[in-house]
Ligand binder design. Structure first.
Ligand code: TXA
Ligand code: MG
Length: 323
């Protein structure tokens, strides 16, 4: 059983494992990540293998400070502003990669850019410092499945594949980082996530361009958002969105103070209608309902503003036809 409480001793052993090229699952403030030495092609290849992930999907590199970011990528003035406002934190920046950066081509799948973030979690930061390596880490789930917000979720998906699963309890945000492309002179949101776009706009005073807007502005520039697969974050049971009633055999994913009537298993993401609480509960709720093997999971409508954008994005992909 690779799950270990994230004590200082366990963190040191985990850092040694990373340095040996082994995989370590670790907590972040968003979801649990499956980490590998980002400079070691063989270690990174193991991550793809463990996740069963399509190879064209690049990984996020995690580091503990801005100096480490600057060894890997060019940090533009715009990126510096975002970094000052949100790092450490649930924000990933896609930046132009430095040729001297030592990041394996396996991580970036040959792109000219690299995605980086400084996580805001004491265990993640301690691990990154102890390993003294850039750590490539996707969410620690099988590809296409729901992201893990507990160490037990990681074990359920990946078993003994990671040398260690550092356990620090539930992830606070429960939603992946917001991904912004800051490699050019505008900010383009590649993935809605734990920081709502309106907060970013308020703090840095710059418009956050949504991906579909960017694509229609520059249709031939082929702005890439790899990994934005239609079917993703999917439980085994089909999701039925914007449900107004629950059928026999269905489970209910409720939201707000007036849940629909349901005889089957029910989880309310937030009975007070709080989107932060709903985000934190989302992935664990999907796993819980899935475990009851319902015919479908009926999902009540969730508002689209603020964090609701990211929650609806994940539910929409979870409901998409399976690939
Ligand atoms: O919260 C998170 O971001 C979590 C924790 C573990 O940090 N990680 C995570 O990683 O969600 P992952 O691998 O599940 O998602 C990484 C996504 C890819 O799907 C891809 O869309 C995007 O990051 N990405 C990575 N490198 C990119 C690049 N160079 N250009 C554009 N998108 C990139
Ligand atoms: Mg993922």
């Amino acid at each position: 059983m690779p799950i270990r409480e994230a004590t200082p001793q366990a963190i040191i052993e985990a850092a040694d494992a990373l340095r040996r090229g082994e995989l370590v699952a670790f907590p972040t403030e968003t979801v649990y990540g499956l980490g590998a030495d980002a400079t070691n092609a063989r270690a990174v290849a193991r991550v793809f293998e463990a996740k069963g992930r399509p190879r064209f999907n690049p990984l996020i590199v995690h580091v503990s400070d801005l100096e480490a970011v600057e060894r890997i990528a060019y940090v533009s003035d715009l990126a510096r502003k975002l970094a000052a406002a949100f790092w450490p934190g649930p924000l990933t920046l896609v930046l132009r990669r430095k040729p001297t950066g030592k990041i394996s081509d396996f991580v970036t799948v040959g792109l000219e850019t690299v995605a980086v973030r400084i996580p805001d979690h004491p265990v993640a930061l301690a691990l990154l410092k102890a390993a003294a390596l850039p750590v490539a880490a996707p969410s620690a789930n099988r590809s296409g499945h729901v992201s893990p917000t507990l160490a037990a979720h990681v074990y359920a998906d990946l078993g003994d594949v990671p040398a260690m699963i550092l356990d620090a309890g539930p992830a606070i945000h429960g939603l992946e980082s917001t991904i912004l492309d800051a490699s050019g002179d505008r900010i383009v949101q590649l993935r809605a996530g734990a920081i709502p776009a309106n907060r970013i706009e308020k703090l840095v005073g710059t418009t956050v361009v949504r991906l579909h807007e960017a694509a229609s502005l520059e249709p031939d520039q082929a702005l890439i958002a790899p990994g934005q697969l239609a079917s993703h974050y999917a439980p085994a049971a089909p999701l039925r969105l914007d449900a107004v009633a629950v059928a026999p055999g269905e489970a209910l994913l409720a939201f707000g103070p007036q849940p629909l009537a349901c005889d089957g298993p029910t989880v309310n993401l937030s009975s007070s209608g709080d989107l932060v609480e709903a985000a934190a509960n989302l992935f664990a709720a999907l796993r819980t309902l899935d475990a009851a093997s319902p015919t479908e999971i009926a999902v009540m409508p969730i508002p689209h503003f603020g964090l609701g954008e990211a929650i609806n994005d994940r539910l929409g992909r979870g409901a998409a036809p399976r690939t």
